[in-house]
Design a protein around this ligand. Sequence first.
Ligand code: HEM
Length: 445
Amino acid sequence: MHQDSDIANLQNLPPGELGLPILGQTLQFLFDRKFAEKQYAKYGAISKTSLLGRPTVFMIGSEAAEFVLSSHMDSFSWKEGWPDNFKMLLGESLFLQDGEEHRRNRRLMMPAFHGQALAGYFSTMEEITQRYLAKWTEKGEFNWFDEFKKLTFEIASQLLIGANAGDDVERLSKLFTTLTNGLFAVVPFNLPFTSMGKALKARDRLLQHITQVVQERQQNPTNDVLSMLVQAQDEDGGRFSVEELKAQAMLMLFAGHETTTSMLTWFCLELGRHPQVLERARQEQRLLAKTGELNLEQLGQMPYLDQIFQEIERLRPPVGGGFRGVVKPFEFNGYHVPKGWLVLYSIMITHKQKDIYSNPDQFDPDRFSSDRQEHKQKPFSLIGFGGGARICMGIAFAKLEMKIIASHLLRNYQWEVLPSQNLEPFPIPTLRPKDGLKVKFQPLT
Ligand code: HEM
């Protein structure tokens, strides 16, 4: 029998429609790019819908993001939130762990993404970048999304699991593309012709490769991230098991290149569209170049490039939002959300709040200049890397890599966005221009 308070709570659910039985509003969510935006315009920071048979609430805006990512994060589970496809394809990795297990593993992995270790990645990142710049010069015209994917995957696979340039990287990169296509597959059936079936096959091949590398690193650690994880010990002397190492390696490879590819592509597209911004960014680089070759110290002296990347993060966030399972019922803005429901917090629409960002649809890196700092008006207004205790673990790695690539592009190259292509944003699996960005590329004259 219901208690009176339960009934009162159920009457106090967030506004919105649950849609059709079983399917709910899944199709609108997947195919109407403005679905979440319309929910926000109609109902505000919290509203309900139903996705694949599960009652779901959208949580949008800085206050909602702070609630989910920080102040009430104990009400939420990552494992219970992200779709089953993620579990099947990416395994029991950090991304899908909660509580003590997550805290212990994040502590073990963190040193590989900060401080000394991070500084040690500079030369590999730069060396691989230089090789691609020479290749692009030779090619003259290409699709930049595809090329950035190869470049960032080569950097990730070399630094994370010590893969050799060449066949290994090319083959693994293709397998990852197939795996990624399965993450948001609407038909999650394992048949040879479905994207899920193909993704599972790609996962098995990747795991075969990764298992072999894990065994090699256990016998002979090198200087890649996997070797650090093989040797990492918790306070009780415990280490990662082989199964854990495999899952964490898969996750790092996946997370370590899809997102940076997206941001770099938008960086080049927006600069191609905004010549004045491009010229100011080049000027900043010209001044620094006078003091010598690119180095770590110089990377810390590029405030305008930082502003541009913040604006790309805001306007073109690679990850549009994050799923959570509700493990403790909660109240937000006076509405009750029961245990077992799904929460989807929005990054994309939080970045378009009109009370924080002036002309939010406009590309304007100066909104982050020291005298404007629009995002500082409220915490959790710029959340392209998530936020709170579980902020993206690779944030410093990604920023280092993107700034090295961007600095070289700005110092020595020019590009022209070719006509007759569809550059509309397409959100899945990470935000990209629909046709990927075809350009004409050459050294600066
Ligand atoms: C432009 C680049 C990147 C963007 C925009 C990005 C974005 C994000 C976001 C939004 C989250 C949080 C998702 C949520 O709250 O549900 C996240 C988490 C994570 N990211 Fe990234 N990411 C980037 C690069 C990387 C790289 C390079 C790595 C590793 C090599 C990485 C590893 C991770 C991991 C392990 C988590 C889960 C952290 C945890 O749960 O403790 N990311 N990332």
